[in-house]
Design a protein around this ligand. Structure first.
Ligand code: GLU
Length: 455
């Protein structure tokens, strides 16, 4: 086959797989989007190596090994019975136990869980650590719920989930709406049901009972370390740069903190209601107090900082001129129009702290225009990487210092960057880290799948 007809065959193969995904998973646009972005990157690999098609790797990769959906009944503070839906997708166990967080948010349904689980396979592969890909969640909305309600719901969620997970089988962690508090309740319930202290059953645990130092900071810090590498390649750094970080959850807070430590001027962050602009630089301490301690809205920030401005609506944050943008809130929060505005205002680098925060069009636009672009699978892999380090510490029954964990995290983020750059170079898409990360993540899983036979 000539080179161009091989490329055409690979393109057709990828399109037929995508067509199957769409027809088998109707009405799941987020899952389709994640698969589309990924498959598109693989054309040069499939052109060069027919073995992946011969072994049916793509057909197997896009179909979860297992997906469970379950009822989560609980009683609210008024004594009324509530029923939510819970999910766990065990997408791919080629490299290790299924690993991935749990999301509590009203938008959660099968398509969201599948998109996140699919991403997790390749993100986890990129970390270089022995973890497969999984994800879970529920459409439960923690907003406005009392401490007691959150506990009852979370315990009920684990009362079903426990039978599907295990320290060598599937190890959940947090995601949107699931932080240290919820992980604690889940851990307690699991322990009670199983009758033993299996530390490795969950990650993101409190440091008092088996958690790792540095896990809380890992996703945000890791995202900044990744962007630091991209900037260094262009002879630049965070020092003196104007940075926008959307969101105000765990990822956003620690991305802001690390960017500031590196000399950046962080001017804005947001929540799902609106954004704050603080020309004097965001006070991360105030954001932490408001969001982590008091569980309040970001609009309250302006009461503490008279120079700051609050604006309703979160997408307006991308209208502010900046040098570096770190979307750390949620999927599809940054569209083509926002991307065009950011570029017009001189943005130099983007680091995706959230999962799939840029739409496909926005991502393609940034890559085509030569803006340094750190895709989620690579840029936000720090969280799950330190989760894997937490699993190692649990197995050893030892704990590392914060400095040890942070040094390992920096090393891991550097390696992910280097491997993504090298994969892009090798397959003729130099500078395109979206393709590079997809290819590097894919190759390890695909080769290991071939080694393990048709399973
Ligand atoms: N939810 C995080 C992610 O998207 C972390 C998963 C984990 O630590 O298992 O990668």
């Amino acid at each position: 086959m000539s080179e161009s007809s091989a490329a055409l065959a690979a393109q057709n193969y990828v399109e037929s797989i995508y067509g199957q995904v769409v027809s088998r998973n109707p009405n799941e646009p987020e899952f389709h989007q994640a698969v589309q972005e990924f498959l598109h990157s693989l054309v040069p690999v499939l052109t060069e190596h027919p073995k992946y098609q011969e072994h049916g790797i793509l057909e197997r990769l896009v179909e979860p090994e297992r997906m469970v959906s379950f009822r989560v009944p609980w009683v609210d503070d008024r004594g009324q019975v509530q029923v939510n839906r819970g999910f766990r997708v065990q997408f791919n166990s080629t490299l290790g136990p299924y690993k991935g967080g749990i999301r509590f948010h009203p938008s959660v349904y099968g398509g969201i869980v599948k998109f996140l689980g699919f991403e997790q396979i390749f993100k986890n592969s990129l970390t270089g650590l022995p973890i497969g890909g999984g994800k879970g969640g529920s459409d439960f909305d923690p907003k406005g719920r009392s401490e007691q309600e959150v506990m009852r719901f979370t315990q009920s969620f684990m009362t079903e989930l426990y039978r599907h997970i295990g320290p060598d089988a599937d190890v959940p962690a947090g995601d949107i709406g699931v932080g240290a508090r919820e992980i604690g309740y889940m851990f307690g319930q699991y322990k009670r049901i199983r009758g033993g202290h299996e530390a490795g059953i969950l990650t993101g645990k409190g440091v008092l009972y088996g958690g790792s130092l540095g896990r809380t900071e890992a996703t945000g810090y890791g995202c900044v370390y990744f962007v630091q590498e991209m900037l260094a390649a262009k002879g630049s750094s965070f020092d003196g740069k104007r940075v926008i970080v959307s969101g105000s959850g765990n990822v956003s807070v620690y991305a802001m903190e690390k960017a500031q430590q590196l000399g950046a001027h962080v001017i804005a962050c947001s929540d799902s209601n609106g954004y704050i602009y603080d020309p004097d630089g965001i006070s991360v301490e105030i954001v932490k107090q408001l969001k982590e301690r008091d569980r309040l809205r970001i609009s309250e920030y302006v009461k503490f900082r008279p120079g700051a401005i609050y604006q309703e609506g979160c997408s307006g944050i991308w209208q502010l001129p900046c040098d570096i943008a770190l979307p750390c809130a949620t999927q599809n929060e940054l569209d083509l129009e926002a991307a065009q505005t950011l570029l017009r205002n001189g943005v130099q680098a983007i680091g995706e702290g959230a999962n799939m925060p840029c739409t496909l069009e926005a991502m393609e636009f940034f890559v085509e225009r030569g803006v340094s672009f750190g895709p989620a699978k690579a840029a936000n892999a720090g969280g799950v990487a330190v989760s894997a380090l937490e699993m190692s510490q649990n197995s050893m029954r030892l704990s590392w210092t914060f400095e040890e964990v942070d040094a390992k995290l920096q090393e891991i983020m550097k390696n992910i960057y280097t491997r993504s750059v090298q994969a892009a170079d090798e397959y003729g898409v130099s500078g395109n880290l979206v393709a590079g990360a997809n290819i590097a993540g894919f190759l390890k899983v695909a080769d290991a799948m071939i080694a393990q036979g048709i399973v």
